[in-house]
Structure formats: C-alpha cells, structure tokens
Write a protein that binds this ligand. Structure first.
Ligand code: SAM
Ligand code: SF4
Length: 324
C-alpha cells in the first residue's frame, strides 16, 4: 500500500532474535541482557502477522536480527513465509558464521537471496570489529552459497575500515559473482560513538580508482547505488543514508523481535502488535485489529529520518533488537 507521502511500502524487515554470536563494536559490543523466549514473537505469530501484511501489499520479507541463524528452526520459518500468498521474496541477512551448515536447509526452504556482513577481509581487522577469528568460515560459506546458485551480496559497514579494506572487498567481487555494498553507519545504539568513513570521500576515491565504472540501475529492495566495473563479475553498491539521503524512496517497515512494528529506524514510534496477535479475540477480529494497526504504522511513516540532528533520534533500542 501507499503511505501518506505516496511511497509504495512493499517490504518488511523482521528481526527474529536479539541474540548474536558476534560482538560487532558498533552494534552489540558487550554482553547484553536478552529477551526471554516467551517475550518474542513465535514463528507462528510472525507467519500470521506477515500474512496480514501480505494482504496490505507487503510482498518481500528480509529476516534479520541479531543473528537470525542462531534462532533454532529459522530455516523452517523461511519456508512458512514463502508459502504465504502474496509473499514473492524471502531473504536473509546474516553474519555468515552459521551459514554453511544451514545452507542446504535454506535453499530447500526456498530462500531467494542472502546478504552476508563482512566489513573487512583482513583477519586482524575483522577480529577487531567483530571479536571473531572465523573470517574464513564466513568467506567459505559465501563461496559455497554462490556455487549453489544462491544470490549473495556482501554488506560492509564503513566504520573502522580503511580504503584498503574497501579495495580488498571490491577485488573479492572481481572473480566471484557477488555484489559488495558499502553502508554508511547510522547513529543508532552503540554506533552513536563511532564515525563512518565519509561516503562523499569514499565515492571520490572510487571514481578516481575505477574511472571506467558505470552506474547501473538498482536491483533488489534497497537504496544502494550500484556501479559495474568492466571485467568484474559482481557490482559495487553504496548505501549512504546520511550523505545521500534516500528517504523519499523508502519502501519498508520493520518488525522488532518483540513484535513492535516501526516505520523508520530513527524514531521509536510505531505500534506494538504483540498484544494484538496474542489477544483472545476471534480470528476475524484479530485479523482486523492487526490490519488496522499495520495500516496506521504505514500511514504515519514519517517523511524521513533526522540522523543529522542526534537530539531528534528517539529510537533507544540497539540495532540488534530492531533488526538492522
Ligand atoms: N547479524 C546479521 C548481520 O550482521 O548481517 C543481521 C543483523 S545486523 C544488525 C544487519 C546489518 O546491519 C549488518 O550488515 C550490520 O553491519 C548492519 N548494521 C549494524 N549496525 C548498523 C548501524 N548503526 N548503521 C548501519 N548499519 C548497521
Ligand atoms: Fe551481530 Fe550483526 Fe550486530 Fe554484528 S551487526 S553484532 S553480527 S547483529
């Protein structure tokens, strides 16, 4: 459906867990208290809410977290969502640590694409960002997924990485059919304490180093600006929410682990769907209540974020609980 600014809202990001097996310094750097299982949406509740959304025009779903693959049975959830009438695409974003062992089940369940987060291909740098020494496990999983014909994109947040890291990741896309996207850090949660590589500087560097790169039209659900470098199998994308604000084409809503439906990362406004989906009302009443709430969130979606003025950011949750 269209929001009040005429934007088509057809995409939902669903956080299936607030837990993670990594400790990225800008996201979840320390041990944090996690929600109890009884306080997070069950797969059946996610399925039900998604079917209501599908009736309102949501056709694409991204499963995220925390780390979605740490929640047992998440591959089954992929299958459950794929079977909902109106849902055309179910994708996943993961840190890749558990990807290889889940790859077969994800493919069987019908996953349409997988985004893997790798900020640096340098082992020490990767460790300093994520606290993990398992970079090879992640890159092996990426290669295995591509070999199995899965559409894979690498996401690299440009916080704490250098232009050498950027260059290494672009080279990775040269001989692998993988798009690499560089994401400007948003001042949410722990990330408020970090600076991102300025994307205007990054773009200048990219244009100087790859003068033959051509701008190509976007694909997928996102706001990335893509470039194709002649001779490279994968494309290079830039997602720059601060230096190149794309709110006027935003197409998404977000469902948190605890069932709170949000319309913008920047603000805490939205509607808590948990009491609605758990109410004792009749099936018809419940469906109506949920659809009314989802419509309200979409209609009240703000025109844009205001990350430039940190005092106006009302969201207090860490990215891992919202689902980045
Ligand atoms: N654990 C999974 C992963 O890392 O892909 C899924 C959840 S993670 C929150 C989703 C994406 O959000 C990752 O690519 C991560 O790097 C990114 N991210 C986390 N905090 C961010 C921030 N403050 N600004 C921009 N992207 C962020
Ligand atoms: Fe975990 Fe993803 Fe956050 Fe890193 S970015 S701590 S992998 S949820």
């Amino acid at each position: 459906m269209n929001d009040s600014f005429g934007r088509i809202i057809d995409y939902v990001r669903i956080s299936v867990t607030d837990k993670c097996n990594l400790r990225c310094k800008y996201c979840m750097p320390v041990e944090v208290d996690h929600y109890e299982m009884k306080d997070i949406l069950t797969f059946e509740e996610i399925e039900y809410i998604t079917s209501c959304m599908a009736g309102l025009g949501i056709s694409r779903v991204k499963l995220t977290g925390g780390e979605p693959l740490v929640r047992r049975g998440v591959c089954d959830l992929v299958g459950m969502l794929k079977r909902i009438e109106g849902i055309r695409q179910v994708t996943l974003t993961t840190n890749g640590i558990l990807l290889k062992e889940n790859l077969h089940r994800l493919i069987e369940a019908g996953i349409d694409a997988i985004n893997v987060s790798i900020d640096s291909l340098d082992h020490d740098k990767y460790f300093s960002i994520t606290g993990s020494k398992d970079l090879d496990t992640v890159t092996d999983a990426v290669v295995a997924a591509v070999e199995k014909g899965v559409k894979v994109k690498i996401n690299a947040v440009t916080a704490g990485i250098s232009l050498t890291d950027v260059s290494d990741l672009i080279e990775f896309s040269r001989s692998n059919k993988i798009d690499v996207r560089f994401i400007e850090l948003m001042p949410i949660g722990y990330a408020k304490c970090f600076d991102s590589l300025a994307h205007d500087r990054l773009m200048d560097w990219f244009c100087q180093n790859h003068p033959d790169a051509v701008h190509v039209s976007a694909d997928g659900n996102g706001p990335a600006k893509y470039y194709r470098i002649p001779g490279y199998d994968g494309k290079v994308g830039f997602i720059s929410p601060l230096s190149d604000k794309f709110c006027n084409s935003c197409n998404r809503i977000r469902l948190t682990t605890r069932g709170y439906l949000k319309s913008c990362l920047c603000y805490d406004t939205g509607v808590d769907l948990m009491p609605l989906v758990r109410s004792d009302s009749s099936k018809e009443e419940k469906h109506e209540m949920l659809c009314t709430a989802i419509r309200k969130v979409i209609m009240e979606k703000p025109s844009g974020h205001d990350f430039a003025h940190t005092q106006n950011i009302t969201e207090k949750l860490p990215m891992s609980a919202i689902g980045g």
